[in-house]
Ligand binder design. Structure first.
Ligand code: ADP
Ligand code: MG
Length: 646
């Protein structure tokens, strides 16, 4: 059996190798010219190649119809790139800026001579984004390059200067750059300058194979060595050849291997400034020094760098760094500020891990609210919780109507929001530790709160941040948290929650409409024409604080709203009008308060109550995604904290 598996696998390996071989071109420069005739796009420069490789996956304009787009992006028709969908969340603006940079650079704008710097706090996804960008090259068609060239150079470098104008006229391709010293030597030494015979091959991009992707890790002053960037002279060969003989060169620096693709600087400003001069030369002159005394070597690649704000500020403050600053296009990569998108990040990370515990409903949402609140700057216009909801595209109800705040005004109030606060990793750690503390292999909104608070106390030393994080639980999140749990438990009490809500909604509409039009309502049971039930209307309205004369407006507004929706052929249900939805939920919650108090008091439960209790647990499991343990935990929490007999 075992050997059969191996047989099958080895067969696969064989096929795979065959395929790899047959797909790749291998020939002379003369043959390459013929290939080129059929497809000039194979000579793309690095920025264009990278841009195309990402854009090819599809570009979607955030649809005007989509609510999130209208609310959060002002319906500005922001472009999103499918390549990042389902992997990066709440980062549309940063991604759009990165792609704008690549696009301009691919059109040979000034950006093609700039470094793209991603600036953001730890755990904002910079490294993950870099990985993903680099990976897109691995999925593109292999590049054509001179056989044996250490920098995989473009074969067209063989076209002599004197023929380049003619070449451009014929092929429509402008040739940039000259042969690297190694190929130049070989051209003379091995091919006697018959460049048409020079071999051309095809190689795919590979991060691990260091083909077309060079990575520069941060280095301290002592270990910093420019050979990491531009390669070195091979000392063992210095015995054989003279010092200026290209055969002594080991062109294996990041700029050598990253030629045609990407050179990435990780935590770029941890490096000494001298170290970064090569980076500047590479952008300014599109070439890098060769090790030893040789001439400069042409370089065509996208230079990407990332770092956090503290390092950036330190670097920026030194005015000797101006030359470099001038060469940098900065794109902020802040933390996600949308609760629902933040939740997706946790989902993604949990799916990637071996995590197998039970996550009760709302757990990740509660954690995300905490994270976002820790990141938001205070506003003069709205309180923190309101801001959080608005940023998430939610409707905020105030005195019976949807609060009208222009989200752009809120954004304009502050700068660099999302560059501080709790990181995604911090949250993941809290989820992990809540899980390992749990005897039941689960995390609930209740245990995640405890775990987050504990972790803040244990791990955050900076007094300001610590106080702020604890304050979040104390203040903005306090009531909201209670509300969420309360609403959940209510759902368990009210059998057929949605139906009941729907029926309250229909009744309310019937009566409010009759009130507004000064007509009567046909009683659904007796068919009698009755006057609008003022008591009933008020009992709903008071849930959201509508009293006195404001009820008139509320009733008129909602009748008009529903009428216009119906006229447009849209479906209306109890969730259609946010203020009414909130009132109905609250009404349902208060209606069960009495009975819930009795049922959840475990000590005094009689048989009938026990039956009801079991039913509730079952509802939470069947309809809302709890398991038995988590259902019991939220019910217990609700009865201990929310419905204490006063
Ligand atoms: N907005 C986001 N969308 C998707 N994943 C994210 C986002 N922000 C952070 N992450 C995830 O968080 C983790 C930490 O991010 P990382 O790339 O190491 O951050 P950085 O390099 O900025 O410190 C990664 O697994 C990353 O995928
Ligand atoms: Mg990183």
């Amino acid at each position: 059996m075992a050997s059969k598996k191996s047989d099958r696998f080895l067969k696969l390996v064989g096929k795979h190798n065959e395929k790899k071989k047959e797909e790749k071109f291998s020939g002379t420069f003369e043959e390459y010219l013929r290939v080129l005739e059929g497809d000039t796009s194979i000579t793309k420069l690095a920025h264009k190649r990278l841009y195309d490789s990402i854009a090819e996956n599809g570009i979607t304009k955030l649809s005007q119809k989509e609510e999130r787009c209208n609310k959060l992006f002002n319906g500005e028709g922001l472009k999103t790139y499918d390549y990042f969908q389902d992997k990066f969340f709440g980062m549309e603006r940063s991604l759009a800026k990165i792609m704008r940079f690549l696009r301009s650079a691919s059109l040979k704008g000034e950006e093609s001579r700039q470094v793209l710097l991603l600036l953001g706090p730890v755990g904002a996804g910079k490294s993950a984004l870099m990985e993903h960008i680099k990976k897109s090259l691995e999925n593109t068609d292999p590049m054509y390059h001179l056989g044996g060239c250490p920098v995989h150079e473009e074969p067209l470098h063989l076209v002599p200067r004197s023929l380049r104008d003619e070449f451009e006229k014929l092929y429509g391709i402008k040739v940039e750059g000259d042969l690297c010293p190694v190929c130049r030597f070989r051209l003379k030494d091995e091919y006697e300058n018959e460049y048409l015979k020079f071999p051309v091959v095809q190689s795919s991009f590979s991060v691990r194979g260091r083909r077309g992707v060079g990575v520069v890790p941060p280095m301290d002053a002592n270990s910093q060595d420019v050979t990491v960037l531009i390669g070195s002279e091979d000392i063992s060969k210095l015995d054989l050849y003279s010092e200026d003989d290209p055969r002594v060169l080991s062109l294996n620096g990041a700029f050598n291997v990253g030629n045609r693709g990407i050179v990435e600087f990780v935590e770029v400003f941890k490096n000494e400034i001298e170290f970064l001069h090569t980076m500047i030369t590479a952008t300014q002159e599109k070439s890098v020094p060769s090790p030893g005394k040789g001439p400069m070597i042409y370089f065509d690649g996208v230079i990407l760098a990332h770092c956090n704000e503290a390092e950036w500020n330190k670097f920026k403050s030194e005015n000797t760094n101006e030359a470099i600053l001038d060469r940098i296009v900065r794109v902020n990569v802040p933390y996600c500020l949308e609760v629902s998108e933040e939740t997706k990040i946790y989902d993604k990370m949990l799916n990637l891990s071996d995590f197998d515990g039970h996550i009760a409903p709302h757990t990740l949402e509660v954690a995300a609210m905490f994270a976002v609140l820790s990141r938001l700057h205070p506003s003069n216009k709205v309180d923190a919780l309101t801001k959080m909801k608005l940023y998430d595209g939610q409707d905020v109800i105030e005195r019976g109507s949807v609060k009208k705040v222009d989200i752009n005004d809120l954004r304009d109030e502050t700068r660099d929001e999302g560059m501080t606060g709790i990181s995604t990793r911090f949250i993941m750690k809290a989820i992990d530790s809540a899980l390992s503390d749990s005897e039941k292999n689960m995390v609930t909104p209740i245990s995640i709160r405890d775990s987050l608070i504990k972790q803040v106390k244990d791990q955050i030393v900076a007094e300001g941040v610590r106080t702020r994080c604890l304050f979040v639980w104390d203040q903005p999140l306090h009531d909201e948290y209670w509300n969420i749990v309360e609403k959940e438990v209510t759902k368990a009490f009210v059998s057929a929650y949605d139906e009941q809500a729907e029926s309250l909604f229909n009744n309310y509409l019937d009566h409010a409409e009759a009130y507004v039009n000064m007509t009567t309502v046909k009683d659904r049971v007796t068919n009698e024409e009755i006057n609008p039930d003022e008591g009933f209307l008020l009992s709903i309205e008071e849930q959201i604080g509508i009293t006195g004369t404001s009820k008139e407006n509320f009733r008129v507004d909602i009748t008009a709203f529903m009428f216009s929706k119906l006229r447009r052929g849209e479906v209306v249900d109890w969730k259609s009008y946010a203020p009414l939805k909130e009132a109905i939920e609250s009404k349902l919650t208060s209606s069960v308060k009495q009975i819930s108090r009795i049922v959840t008091k475990s000590k005094s439960r009689d048989k009938k109550q026990q039956g009801k209790y079991n039913e509730m647990v079952q509802t939470l499991i069947d309809e809302y995604g709890y398991n038995e343990d988590s259902a019991e935990e939220v019910i217990k929490f609700a009865s201990n904290n929310l419905w204490r007999d006063s």
